[in-house]
Design a protein around this ligand. Sequence first.
Ligand SMILES: Nc1ncnc2c1ncn2[C@@H]1O[C@H](COP(=O)(O)OP(=O)(O)OP(=O)(O)O)[C@@H](O)[C@H]1O
Length: 288
Amino acid sequence: MIRFQNVSKVYARGARPALDDVSVDVERGEFVFLVGASGSGKSTFLSLVLREQRPSRGHVYVAGRDVANLSAWRVPSLRRQLGVVFQDFRLLQNKTVYENVAFALQVIGKPRHVIRDTVPEVLEMVGLNGKEKRMPTELSGGEQQRAAIARAIVNRPQILLADEPTGNLDPTTSLGIMRLLDRINRTGTTVVMATHDDEIVNEMRRRVVELRTGEIVRDEARGVYGERERILPDVGRSPVLDAPGSGTRVVPARLVPQPERRLLPDRQPLADRQPLERRPAGPAFGEA
Ligand SMILES: Nc1ncnc2c1ncn2[C@@H]1O[C@H](COP(=O)(O)OP(=O)(O)OP(=O)(O)O)[C@@H](O)[C@H]1O
């Protein structure tokens, strides 16, 4: 779905590369965390996928197309396959929630009846029904991010890119946003999320690609799909969510980050989860 082949990006002559010979594949339907310190190249990675930037060397393929070689008139069609959410939401302040989401369809020429049917469906999916007429200033941060996510997925993109989507939110609100992104991913949308939030990364137990000064220093499958979990024999309990009534499950002790704190209660028993390759590519939203 996304392939970086020996990609380097140098912004200014003589400067250190923002990305340095990066090769990585993101498969259809994956959820990948892109982590690394500030300045390690995460946003550069996302901007290359979006064709906001072109690589200085190497190739970036998105849905099979070499994006650096796309002619300018094909870039909008690439972007239609990509939904994007940002830390600062970037809603249009003079439009209501409904209008913000509808606008994403209007600009690509969707007929009015499609907009009328689709927007309420997406707003319900992200948990904003009843708030259609609110202006962005009348929403909490978490609600603004939900509106931004609704706008990003309303056109059913194959890929959702999220650049620090929880960066402005408190832990509880972040949890809700992560559940929503998880749900969107489970319907078949590939998600790549750049984040500094170790707690979320450790909790979600998905693939983690770590950048350091432009190079990949870690690429690790986590959780049920990761080798680490399968080979770990010792099993421990999370002290926070193993409280009575928490509905949590046993987790391998060594996978619980320090300090131990679980953000995301598991909603799906391990045995019910399918390996990625067997997960059908479903519609881009709606319940899995
Ligand atoms: N448009 C630009 N022009 C010049 N240099 C840039 C540009 N964008 C990023 N850089 C540089 O490239 C490097 C990687 O930056 P990037 O924004 O990709 O990192 P990041 O991991 O996303 O950081 P953060 O977590 O702070 O957002 C940094 O050294 C940064 O200064």
